[in-house]
Design a binder for this molecule. Structure first.
Ligand code: GLC
Length: 628
């Protein structure tokens, strides 16, 4: 009995000690005077590293810990906490829009966090981040570019750089100076729900496009010039090769699963795009959600520190993904220590930043995390902030919100759509269709459905199935705008037309419902029965049929392909549907090539990097395939 009592007493005393210490810490930070206005860290004429030295020497432990917190905005109930805790970053998780989901609404929301940060003792600017992975899809009216897989099919680094630059303009115009893009995973398995977020399964193609994207986004128009929008190379590393059925998330199958920890694949495949990203000046890398063999990637010192920081020479900061630091263990304290000691510099906190701060204080107090590790993490974060000019930003330096959805950006997006299209089959040179063709019939779930054209990460995390955003052009309206006045164009989503007269051409625009992340994990990606029926109906009422696939990945079409006269892979083209009709009617040529192998059957998955199926067989179409 006595032992129980003394143990209880010990726990109470320890708890009290920590409670008093935390009160003390709170008080220390809030009672210290602000540094003088001419403090070295505020002097733009000084070298960044000198400014960081000065700032680190001035910061309390709490202020350092605060900089390591990236907090989801919906979990901040009192905006003054941005200053009280000195938060390093705030993010809008996918769909994390303001009540007033307009560019003005975003600008106001982001500014409220930036202004709050300025009221902290040191006035360290807060980084506001969001996912703008196909343009700033968070806000209606933005230009929605093709998702990365379409840029991968275009395989045009100059175009990719321009798309990223325009994306940066439309983000910075709303104050969003951090974009959690580009994804540089190499998708080996089309059953994964994130294939469309990637450029290619080829390390060279992914690397060159990723580097171009980072250059465009950060837009350092002069060498060493300030970074416009901070890029994030993600999801480090190998998460395109997760094994089916290993997901830690009970609702998923592949996403958040286990990557076979092949050193050979790490060196010959996965690292290439991240090396290219580091060489292109990336100052943030996001750790993937999942396992590298038996080790949680967020706590893998070999990957985060030995390889990325020491071998590749990465000088920026590593940020965790969502709840990734804690996701795979019951003991949050132990997970956090393991992750920070492995090299995690900034921890994404979707729900609770206060316990993060308390745990970090305890970890330093008990020497579970050395303050030198914290200093290194904060130095890396501040390095990025200084490189962005955040401390020295002249007021009004962001582009005006008229850049959002501008004609110039929509023209660029239309060009990206044109270049992304891959012509997989063209019997009797059916394509391009003559503009003065007499009679066309259009059918299919994606013909007049912007939600499918854009895919997910568009206003909502999972996207919205349906035609609902002003300023966008559906593929159907693109067709109507392209043909001559005399051409008769009929549309029925199911392809129900009178069998009496045959139309010259049937165009079936078919595809997938929008999905994001593990919710898109699919054991056998195929067209659904409604779309297959629509194609069959067109076959009965049209002389020839073109199938346009609006999908986030290759689908299994082996059995249906022989019945189709022409096939175009259009991926997820975004707001400018006319880019598809431009090529269908010959205004532009088909130049796209497959960014990854197109499987013949599920049995071939996952593909190996030499383009062979898991069963050693060849794909239906190899990577690089495409009629021109
Ligand atoms: C998600 C994704 C990541 C994204 C982040 C913030 O879980 O895995 O790609 O950038 O959370 O939304």
């Amino acid at each position: 009995m006595k032992i129980v009592f003394s143990a209880l007493a010990a726990i109470v005393i320890i708890g009290l000690v920590f409670f008093i210490r935390s009160l003390l810490f709170e008080r220390v930070a809030s009672v210290l005077p602000p540094p003088p206005a001419n403090a070295p860290y505020r002097d733009p004429s000084l070298q960044a590293e000198k400014r960081i030295d000065d700032l680190l020497a001035t910061m309390t432990l709490d202020e350092k810990i605060g900089q390591m917190a990236l907090v989801e905005k919906n979990s901040i109930k009192n905006i003054a906490d941005v200053a009280t805790y000195g938060l390093g970053g705030v993010l809008s998780g996918a769909g994390g829009k303001p009540d007033d989901n307009t560019p003005q609404g975003w600008k106001q929301m982001v500014a409220s966090y930036s202004d709050a940060a300025k009221r902290s003792r040191l006035g360290i600017p807060v980084l506001y981040g969001a996912d703008a992975n196909h343009g700033n899809g968070n806000v209606p009216g933005a230009t929605i570019f093709p998702h990365a897989i379409g840029l991968g099919a275009a395989n045009d680094p100059a175009l990719t750089e321009q798309v990223a630059r325009a994306t940066a303009e439309e983000s910075a115009a709303m104050g969003i100076r951090w974009n959690f893009s580009p994804a540089l995973d190499l998708p080996a398995d089309i059953r994964w729900g994130r294939v469309y977020e990637e450029f290619s399964d080829d390390t060279e193609r992914a690397g060159s496009l990723g580097a171009a994207y980072i250059t465009g986004l950060q837009d350092q128009s002069v060498p060493g010039g300030r970074i416009n929008v901070l890029a994030t190379a993600k999801h480090y590393i190998g998460v395109g090769s997760m094994t089916w059925g290993t997901s830690m998330n009970k609702d998923f199958h592949l996403d958040q699963g286990v990557v076979p920890d092949s050193e050979q694949a790490l060196r010959n495949e996965y690292l290439g795009p991240f090396r290219a990203a580091v060489n292109a000046g990336a100052m943030s890398v996001m750790a993937g959600l999942g396992y590298w063999g038996s080790v949680n990637i967020s706590a893998d010192k070999y990957l985060l520190t030995d390889v990325l920081k020491n071998e590749l020479g990465f000088k920026g900061f590593v940020v965790s993904d969502w709840y990734g630091v804690y996701e795979f263990s019951a003991n949050n304290y132990a997970s956090l220590i393991a992750s920070v000691n492995a090299g995690m510099d900034m921890v994404m906190l979707p729900y609770d930043y206060k316990s993060f701060v308390a745990q970090m204080r305890s970890a330093v107090a008990s020497n579970d995390i050395k303050e030198s590790r914290i200093d290194d993490a904060v130095r890396r974060i501040l390095r990025a902030k200084f490189a962005m000019g955040l401390f020295d930003e002249p007021p009004g330096s962001a582009p005006g919100i008229e850049t959002i959805g501008s004609a110039a950006h929509r023209e660029l997006a239309r060009k990206a759509v044109q270049e992304s299209l891959v012509l997989l089959k063209n019997t009797d040179d059916l394509l391009p269709i003559q503009k003065n063709v007499n009679h066309i019939r259009v059918a299919g779930s994606a013909a007049d459905n912007f939600g499918r054209q854009a895919g997910a990460w568009t206003v909502e995390w999972q996207g919205i199935d349906g035609n609902w955003i002003p300023g966008t052009t559906s593929i159907l309206s693109g067709i109507r705008n392209m043909v001559s006045k005399e051409t008769r164009v009929e549309y029925d989503i199911n392809g129900n037309f009178p069998k009496s007269d045959l139309a010259d051409i049937g165009i079936a625009v078919v595809g997938e419902k929008p999905y994001a992340e593990g919710w898109g994990d699919n054991a056998e990606p195929r067209l659904d029965n409604a779309d297959l029926a629509a194609i069959a109906n067109l076959k009965k009422t049209c002389k020839q049929v073109v199938v346009v696939l609006v999908t986030g990945r290759p689908l299994i079409i082996t059995d249906e392909l022989p019945k189709w006269d022409a096939v175009v892979a259009a991926w997820l083209p975004g707001s400018e549907g006319e880019g598809v009709s431009d090529a269908l009617f010959g205004a532009t040529k088909f130049t796209g090539t497959l960014p990854l192998p197109w499987p013949r059957s599920i049995k071939q998955l996952p593909f190996s990097f030499d383009g062979k199926g898991a069963d050693g067989t060849s794909p239906l179409f190899p990577r690089g395939y495409g009629f021109r």
